[in-house]
Write a protein that binds this ligand. Sequence first.
Ligand code: ZN
Ligand code: ZN
Length: 260
Amino acid sequence: MIPSKFIGILSLLIILTVSYGCTNNPPGSGGGGGEFSYDHQQNPGLSANDLLSDESFSELIVEIDYMPGYAPNTRALDSLRAFLEQRLNKTSVTILAPTQIPSGDQNSYSANDVREIESQRRNNFSEEGILATYLLITDGYYTQQNVLGIAYYNTSNAFFGPAYDDASTGFGSLTRYQVEAISFRHEFGHLLGLVNVPGSGTDMQTDHQDEQNGSHCDNESCLMYYAMQRSDLIEQLFNDETIPVLDANCIADIQANGGK
Ligand SMILES: [Zn+2]
Ligand SMILES: [Zn+2]
């Protein structure tokens, strides 16, 4: 989950977290006789090893559906692909051309709303050797208005367009590219099992979980920190559009679970 919150005019706080769904999917559902079957409705983090290592899947695809007005930022998608290529042991990472889907005509979308939309709109599922992931961008807020994104299944993230608008509007705010790139990368970080996500296999090599803030890193300059605060006017005026990277502790965790 990624909440974002303005504090005064000059500082922006983005809080980033993961959302565990109540998923109760019968094993093997959706698989036809003899066909390859993969459960895409598990909790976030449970496909961490499949994402990180090349043992079961050597290729990765990312499907993106967006509601009107919220096509993803192209540079942010390039940034996401670069991140995935850098950290996952895959021979190829393919981000499919984003597809516009109809508005859900809601001011806000709950995690269950998002799951329902996925069940109607998702077209790409994992096949032999190819792991499929799904990214949905809605035209309404999350039930908490300051949330930018949530990881809601083991291969699925949702992002909330109006929260992007809020986070990238106003003097001293992050750029649209930064807001989207940070949130895309951060939510994928949760799918990789960061930080210390139960059952993910991405175990902490060194204790660095910010337990007060859930599955997050205690290093405030790490991509997996729960919040980003930009309150320094000088820093903002000379903003070079950098985005945070994974720190050494997070990298060690994913490397120990098949990543790089
Ligand atoms: Zn987070
Ligand atoms: Zn970290």
